[in-house]
Design a protein around this ligand. Structure first.
Ligand SMILES: *Cc1c(COP(=O)(O)O)cnc(C)c1O
Length: 355
């Protein structure tokens, strides 16, 4: 498929202060868009000025939530070059999400090519300040105007970009986690492993209640027994437990995170035993009290690694260490992963793709 580049008439305001970027608020000058029609396939692939779409009020995405997305980052390296981290993994996951939501798959190589072209055109939007990056958001929505529950015949696929800052301004800072004993995120057979907006819409109420109680994030338990740890917000969870790195297995209810995958590989290389096994709530509390659970952290593209300082479940709270300090292993993983992403460390797995 051909990729058209439409002229840009006007530039958007650039961030004044790169060390103070808010996540997801400011977008670059251009976006990638392509259209889909059943019978015709994907067509009219173009890079055009960033701006609103004209969408019919009956567009099916607005009523039945047929929507998927991805999230990856471009990093500015010390030599000025721009790098993507495992981008093909995001393309593949986008297609896995598409098939679960009865949406058309895209050609993975072509979408990645289009993203690279877009970033080349927007290269001066890739920030240079320490810890900053360009967040890339591929999205697909059902645009057919029709009130009826069935897969749409018309879709838009688009990619928007936003320069983002470091998540933690003063270095890694442990978060407070609330374990929900009431709300659940995903059940077996549902859409827990799909990157789809509906999962997030369903999680808002629990997040709001947690925030009102002073917690940063909600940790979800399995929907059936409400005992086993699943994941947190938009992050997978890892635990340093009895000297091993534990993380929940991928059995359809949690997202197959690319950061999670990378962390498992790195931890293994650091000599740690890695096990894909879901911890229970009792193990978190007993383990922390007995000194078996020493560190815990979330993993995801946006935050990279987010250390956990304390867990609360019903009326029980437990701290890891003093609750304020990032554990040494968590810090080491963060430094290694970001080192590879920014080109400060070698990349033995060929995870990085230079533009
Ligand atoms: C995107 C996402 C993650 C993290 O995946 P990464 O590929 O590491 O960014 C974890 N959980 C949920 C629910 C997500 O949507």
């Amino acid at each position: 498929m051909e990729l058209q580049v439409l002229p840009l008439e006007q530039s958007r305001p650039r961030p004044q202060n790169e060390s103070n970027l808010t996540f997801g608020k400011q977008f670059t000058d251009r976006m990638f868009v392509m259209d889909y029609l059943t019978g015709r396939g994907w067509h009219n692939a173009r890079i055009q000025p960033y701006g609103p779409f004209v969408l019919d009020p009956a567009a099916m995405v607005l009523h039945y939530a047929q929507e998927i997305f991805e999230g990856l980052k471009a990093f500015r390296r010390p030599d000025g070059k721009i790098a993507l981290f495992r981008p093909m993994d995001n393309m593949r996951r986008f297609n896995r999400s598409a098939s679960r939501m009865c949406m058309p798959e895209v050609e993975e190589e072509f979408l990645l090519h289009a993203i690279k072209e877009l970033i080349r055109l927007e290269a001066n939007w890739v920030p240079r300040a320490e810890g900053t990056s360009l967040y890339i958001r591929p999205t697909m929505i059902a645009s057919e105007p029709m009130l009826g529950v069935r897969p749409a015949d018309q879709y838009l696929c688009y990619v928007i970009l936003c320069p983002v800052g470091t998540y933690y301004k003063g270095g890694l800072a442990p978060v407070k986690i609330w374990i929900s004993d009431h709300y659940v995120r995903a059940a077996h057979g549902g859409t827990g492993e799909v990157k789809t907006g509906g999962n997030y819409a369903a999680s808002l109420l629990a997040a709001r209640e947690a925030a009102a109680k002073g917690y940063d994030q909600v940790l979800w338990l399995d929907a059936k027994e409400k005992r086993h740890v699943e994941e947190v917000g938009s992050m997978n969870m890892c635990f340093l437990f009895d000297g091993k790195l534990l993380t929940s297995p991928l059995h359809g209810t949690i997202l197959d995170g690319i950061t999670r995958r990378s962390v498992l590989t790195l931890a293994h290389e650091m000599g740690l035993k890695v096990e894909e096994r879901a911890l229970t709530v009792e193990e978190i509390f007993d383990g922390a009290e007995r000194g078996l659970l020493t560190e815990a952290f979330g993993t995801g593209t946006a935050v990279v690694i987010s250390p956990v300082g304390q867990f609360t479940y019903r009326d029980r709270t437990v701290k890891l260490g003093d609750g304020q300090t990032t554990g040494p292993f968590t810090q080491r993983l963060y430094d290694t992963l970001t080192g590879i992403q920014y080109g400060r460390l070698p990349d033995p797995h060929d995870w990085v793709e230079l533009l």
